[in-house]
Design a binder for this molecule. Structure first.
Ligand code: DC
Length: 226
């Protein structure tokens, strides 16, 4: 089957905007597959940290990305056969991921791995360039965001719930720095594409955000059926 016909909902947006939570819920509701593309960049970062790799050496980092031994099963992420679901969520991994994501060779090494998630009956994916680069023919593209202050609060809550230590002021600074780096890099920068719908979740509940995405998707389906 021509995989280009398999529907993709691409949700891009800045760090800690809640796009992962919403994407996962929408995927579950529709019975679609789910790809957290940020997890792949975080996995490369974790592996690079484990290997004590040189974070300036794009060739070495791309090699790590190409050879990443990873699989996703039952909402757990395995690296070299070991569960690393929580290990990749640390701020250290997030910052390293943002740095190595600026290298074109690293991004290229992850492109096909991401496209392979496009399987029947459909895919919901989140990241920075899902609609612009990886799945430019996605049926629905969303730019999901929230104010930096709200995102810092959400990340803080998430880390505390996982039993990790966190400080709001540091988190806000990290989020602002990460936004700056992700938005200003020359390749696949974080930005709202002209064909992406804006979903600002600053004052929305998770359920309201989920319902908005589902109603946009249903509108598209209704139009394509006519
Ligand atoms: O979504 P996240 O915070 O888990 O992503 C971690 C980093 O990975 C983010 O700062 C930038 C990078 N990333 C990217 O460049 N492109 C993607 N599609 C997803 C993430």
């Amino acid at each position: 089957m021509n995989t280009n016909k398999i529907p993709v909902i691409a949700i891009d947006g800045p760090s800690a905007s809640g796009k992962g939570t919403i994407a996962q819920l929408v995927a579950r509701k529709l019975g679609f597959h789910y790809l957290d593309s940020g997890a792949l960049y975080r996995l490369v970062a974790l592996k690079a940290i484990q290997l004590n790799a040189d974070m300036q050496n794009s060739g070495q980092l791309a090699e790590i990305a190409r050879n990443l031994n990873v699989y996703f099963k039952d909402e757990q992420i395995y690296l070299d056969g070991k569960i690393v679901t929580d290990d990749i969520r640390t701020e250290q991994c997030g910052i390293a991921a943002s740095q190595l994501a600026a290298y074109p060779q690293v991004r290229a090494a992850l492109t096909e791995r991401q496209r392979a998630f496009r399987q029947l009956p459909g895919l919901v994916t989140d990241g920075r360039d899902m609609g612009s680069v990886i799945f430019p023919d996605a049926i629905l593209k969303i730019y999901l965001t929230a104010s930096a202050g709200e995102r810092a609060q959400r990340r803080h809550k998430q880390l505390i719930e996982k039993g990790m230590s966190a400080n709001i002021t540091d988190l806000l600074q990290d989020i602002q720095k990460r936004d700056e780096r992700d938005s200003n890099r020359s390749i696949a920068p974080l930005q709202q594409g002209a064909d992406a719908k804006l979903l600002d979740t600053t004052s929305l509940t998770i359920s309201q955000a989920q319902d908005t995405v589902l109603s946009w998707y249903n509108d598209i389906l209704a139009k394509t059926r006519v």
